[in-house]
Structure formats: C-alpha cells, structure tokens
Design a protein around this ligand. Structure first.
Ligand SMILES: C=CC1=C(C)c2cc3[nH]c(cc4nc(cc5[nH]c(cc1n2)c(C)c5CCC(=O)O)C(CCC(=O)O)=C4C)c(C)c3C=C
Ligand SMILES: [Fe+2]
Ligand SMILES: [Fe+2]
Length: 335
C-alpha cells in the first residue's frame, strides 16, 4: 500500500558511522586559532575548574596570549589539504566508506570547530540512518576526549522527535587488533630508518594528575597500551606524557623532560611515537617532531626519528575497519 501523498518521505533504513576527532582551527591564523581555543577551552570536560574562576583567566589571559603562539605552531604543520588532523580524518572516513560499502554511511566530525558533531548526526539521520555508531577515535578513554564527544552526540538526539538508535565505540587501548597494528606499523617504520634507535619513547597526550585520582581510566589505559606493545617489540620502550597546560601537576614523566634527560643517561639515538593519536596533528608533528627533536639534540642526542601515527595507512585502516565492524555486530552481516 502506498503512503498518502502528504506523508513525509520514507527512506530505506541505513546504518551510519560517525568518526570523531578532537578538532582543529579552520586556518592557521591568530583569529581562527582564538575561535577554536575559545570553544575547546570553554568545555568543562576539558577544564575542570569552576566557571567563575576559569572564565576570567581564559578571556583575560589565555585567549589574549596563546592564539599567536599556537598560530605560529600551526603554520609549521599546515598542508595543502589544511590541518593534518582534519585532512587525515577525512581520508580515514572516505577509505572506511569504501571498505564498508553502500548500506553503511560513513561521515566524520570534530568535537570543536567544523564539521560539527550535531550536523554530522543530523546528516546521517536525514540520509535514512536509523542506527548510528558514534566513534570517537581515541584508543584510551578520557572524559576530556571520549566522553565530551559522546555528550554532544547524545545532546543532539535530545532535539529529535524520531531518534536514531545510538551506539558508541568503546576504548580500544588493549584490543589485539590495535596493539598488533601498532606493532607492525612501528616495526616497519623503525626498519626503514638509517640508524638503530636505542629506545622507543611512547608519548601520550597529558592530563592533569587529579583526573586520575577522580577515577578517569586514561592513565591506566595509556600504561596498558605501552605494556602490551612493549611485550611484543624487541626495542625497549618508555612512556611519557606531553602537552602540559597550566600550572597544575600533570601526569608524569613529561615528554620534554624525558627527551632532555636521555643523553645524560647514555641514550643518544631514539625514535618517538604517539600511539594515543589516531591521526598526526599539531601535537605530534610540531610538538614532538620539531620541538622534541630540538630539546633532544640540544641535550646531546645525535639521532632522532618521529614515527607517524596509524593515520589512513593500510595497517591503520585494516584495524579501524575491524574494530568498527565489531561494534556494528547485529546491525550488519559479518564480513
Ligand atoms: C587543559 C587543557 C587540555 C587538555 C586536558 C587536553 C587533553 C587532550 N587533548 C588531546 C588531543 C589533542 N589536543 C590537541 C591540541 C591541544 N590541546 C590543548 C589542551 C588540552 N588538551 C590545547 C590548548 C591544544 C591546542 C594547541 C595548542 O594551543 O597547544 C590536539 C591537536 C589539534 C590539532 O589541531 O592538531 C589533539 C589531537 C587528548 C587525546 C587529550 C586527553 C587525553
Ligand atoms: Fe590536547
Ligand atoms: Fe601541544
């Protein structure tokens, strides 16, 4: 039987996947970086300080000084395709779409800036997706990253009469497929170097230490990833935490401190990787690859290599397809 002529359109039901990463400015300019930082650093999941105390600090000090410094850093990593984080996430989405076929619609979004999560969820719903997997691409769970992305996706549903069913991608810090992909990709990159590193430093984004005491599993997830990876690699590994922000105590040891201390300990040839980042970005290319290298060589290091993230390479895409398919179980037929 045909629906009446004034009936809203009936689309064949589809499955949606929304890949999410942190977000990045739209241009490497002071104004665009200020807009991005204002949104990012206003998120109470990121800065857990009472608003009445934090707002004057953010608007009176941080947004006056940091955008110029950060814009300079972004200018050093910007590509023809824009910010590396956005360009790589877009390619991951396109390649996953090809792998999953036409019954699954894959799109991507950023928690801060564009393309925004609400628009992504709405686009998938309008295209007929009655079931959506929200996939924040953070292997290690953190309230400041995973939870805030999921919050926005769920909040988008609050305004809908006909809500799609939502699933979220759980952390995959100890998933065999993830550890295996890291092992193979890092071994491949180390084998291609023109020197043999004495140690592999695994640098994760830092967090205030108090978030660990409050029950965030992030620190434990990072440590577990290093342990599982270290058990498989022949090169000795160390763990460190980068990108300290503000005056509070952050997770230790700090990446820059470890880099500066290596040569005095007799370690002068190293490789550094960032397993917590699913795509290369400012934090890996500039902070580790440029500033980290300077810190290490100024302290007496002789050989330094920054290894790429899994990005949209074959090994990374195989892993991403496997973990996404696993979460779509019961929604799509097994591959
Ligand atoms: C208190 C501040 C911050 C917390 C907490 C934080 C946690 C956190 N961040 C990432 C991943 C990324 N962070 C990136 C950039 C970035 N991070 C902060 C501050 C905090 N991060 C700032 C101010 C910035 C902007 C750049 C700068 O001014 O230094 C990025 C890169 C974005 C890009 O455009 O390339 C990523 C990715 C994680 C995983 C995390 C907690 C686990
Ligand atoms: Fe960050
Ligand atoms: Fe940084």
């Amino acid at each position: 039987m045909q629906p009446p002529p004034d009936h809203p359109p009936i689309l064949p039901p589809k499955i949606g996947v929304l890949l999410i990463n942190l977000g990045t400015p739209e241009a490497p300019t002071v104004a665009a970086v200020r807009r991005y930082l204002a949104e990012f650093l206003s998120d109470p999941r990121v800065i857990e300080i009472p608003r009445a105390i934090w707002k004057p600090i953010l608007h009176g000090i941080i947004l006056r000084s940091r955008p110029a410094k950060s814009a300079h850093a972004y200018q050093q990593v910007w590509t023809e395709d824009g910010s590396p984080l956005a360009a790589i996430t877009r390619r991951q989405s396109d390649k996953l779409q090809q792998r999953l076929g036409g019954d699954v619609l894959v799109d991507w979004a950023m928690r801060y800036g564009a393309p925004a999560i609400p628009k992504g969820v709405e686009r998938l719903k309008e295209a007929g997706c009655q079931r959506i997997l929200v996939a924040p691409l953070y292997p290690q769970y953190c309230a400041a990253t995973t939870a805030t992305a999921n919050d926005v996706a769920f909040a988008t549903l609050a305004g809908m009469r006909w809500q799609p069913a939502l699933r979220t991608l759980p952390p995959y810090h100890d998933a065999d497929d993830y550890i295996d992909a890291l092992q193979r990709d890092l071994e491949r990159q180390i084998a291609a170097l023109d020197f043999t590193p004495e140690r592999l430093l695994l640098s994760y984004h830092g967090m205030p230490e108090r978030t660990l005491r409050k029950g965030d599993p992030y620190h434990c997830h990072c440590r577990k990833t290093t342990r599982l990876l270290g058990e498989r690699l022949s090169i000795p590994t160390d763990t460190s935490f980068q990108s300290r922000f503000g005056r509070d105590k952050w997770l230790e040891p700090a990446t820059d401190e470890v880099l500066k201390a290596y040569p005095a300990r007799g370690v002068t040839k190293i490789a550094i990787a960032a397993p917590g980042f699913s795509a290369d970005c400012l934090e890996t290319v500039e902070e580790l690859g440029i500033r980290g290298k300077e810190e290490f060589t100024e302290a007496g290091g002789t050989h330094f290599a920054r290894l790429d993230c899994l990005n949209d390479g074959e090994i990374g895409m195989d892993m991403l397809e496997t973990i996404i398919r696993r979460e779509l179980a019961g929604w799509i037929a097994p591959a």
